[in-house]
Design a binder for this molecule. Structure first.
Ligand SMILES: [Zn+2]
Length: 242
């Protein structure tokens, strides 16, 4: 996988401001786990790594704190969010309700352009090689396509506040969905569920779209919860023997 650090000059070259590029690079490093959950963020080390001055870095950290991806503990410094069981339960609880509402609203309000975008994401996702043969870059693309679909549905609802809230929640879920993608072989099921949700939205069937979207988030939540519980059980077993 390409390091996000190398992407920084490219993003800046594409016309993004250095401020935006620094924020984007740092966010990507947190979301893909390059900066470990719970780890301390040192301004000097990050400035050196990203080749930027402290000002854009501080702004990026403040913005990431508002996103809920960084926590600032007075006198201790900045830390990557923990992505613990509490964050997980809260984020997926909200997602279940809001994703259902967004799908329902999208079925009523999606434009022809939104529908084309949704179909395009599904077609791209369908064209990827089978999960077992995927390279890490293709896994990242698969993750991004899945999340993009949810972002497009949120925007297609026509409710900007709902879409903004869902964007923040989806960022917090990113880490968990990545875990699901890496460790569980349920990606075909998730794809089939995406197809059904998009069919319901494009067909204008609001009630069905809402029910399917809620079910989709619930089954993902149950899978990830089992994974997290297994990870915690393993950690405490290790702690007992050491
Ligand atoms: Zn999904």
């Amino acid at each position: 996988m390409d390091g996000s650090v190398e992407k920084l000059p490219t993003q800046a070259a594409r016309g993004k401001t250095l401020k935006e590029a620094t924020y984007g690079a740092l966010k990507a490093m947190i979301l893909i786990g390059e900066l470990a959950p719970g780890s301390r963020l040192t301004e000097s080390a990050l400035a050196e790594r990203l080749k930027v001055s402290r000002t854009p870095l501080r702004e990026a950290l403040n913005r990431l704190e508002r996103d809920g991806l960084v926590t600032n503990r007075p006198r201790h410094g900045c830390f990557v969010a923990a992505f613990d069981l509490k964050t997980f339960e809260e984020s997926f609880g909200i997602r279940e309700v809001l994703d259902g509402y967004a799908a329902e609203q999208a079925a009523e309000n999606a434009s022809a352009e939104d529908k084309i975008r949704l179909r395009g994401i599904l077609a791209r996702s369908q064209s990827l090689v089978p999960p077992a043969e995927r390279s890490m870059d293709q896994m990242v693309e698969q993750l991004q396509l899945g999340l993009d679909l949810h972002h497009v549905i949120a925007r297609a609802s026509g409710n900007d506040q709902l879409a903004d809230t869902l964007t923040r929640i989806l960022d917090r879920c990113h880490h968990f969905v990545w875990m699901e993608l890496l460790w569980l072989d349920h990606w075909n099921e998730a794809h089939d569920e995406h197809v059904e949700i998009v069919d319901a939205i494009c067909g204008g069937n609001a009630e069905r779209a809402a029910g399917l979207a809620r079910h989709h988030v619930r089954s993902s939540r149950d899978d990830i919860r089992r994974l997290l519980q297994a990870r915690f059980a393993y950690k405490s077993a290790l702690a007992r023997v050491s």
